[in-house]
Design a protein around this ligand. Structure first.
Ligand code: FES
Length: 79
């Protein structure tokens, strides 16, 4: 079984609904974290602004989060 995690350009780490049933999410001590809903995709926050961590709540768009490669490209364009 291969699980695909998509690194979105300006937001979350996305796990499709198809892959979600095979994902087990745990905290730093190995305690299980309740999944949002069975059969639904999972979006994990990587911007740090979500109020529902470790899940994305869309706050990345409010803070203008840019992933490293996007931020680098923007910086290169600005000189
Ligand atoms: S990546 Fe979406 S809220 Fe952080």
């Amino acid at each position: 079984m291969t699980i695909t995690i998509t690194v979105r350009k300006t937001g979350s780490l996305f796990i499709s609904a198809e892959d979600a049933p095979n994902v087990r999410l745990v905290d730093h001590e190995g305690n299980p974290i309740e999944m949002p809903a069975e059969g639904k995709p999972i979006a994990l926050c990587r911007c740090g602004a979500s109020s529902r961590k470790p899940f994305c709540d869309g706050a990345h768009s409010k803070i203008g989060f840019l992933a490293g490669d996007v931020a680098r490209a923007v910086a290169d364009q600005q000189g």
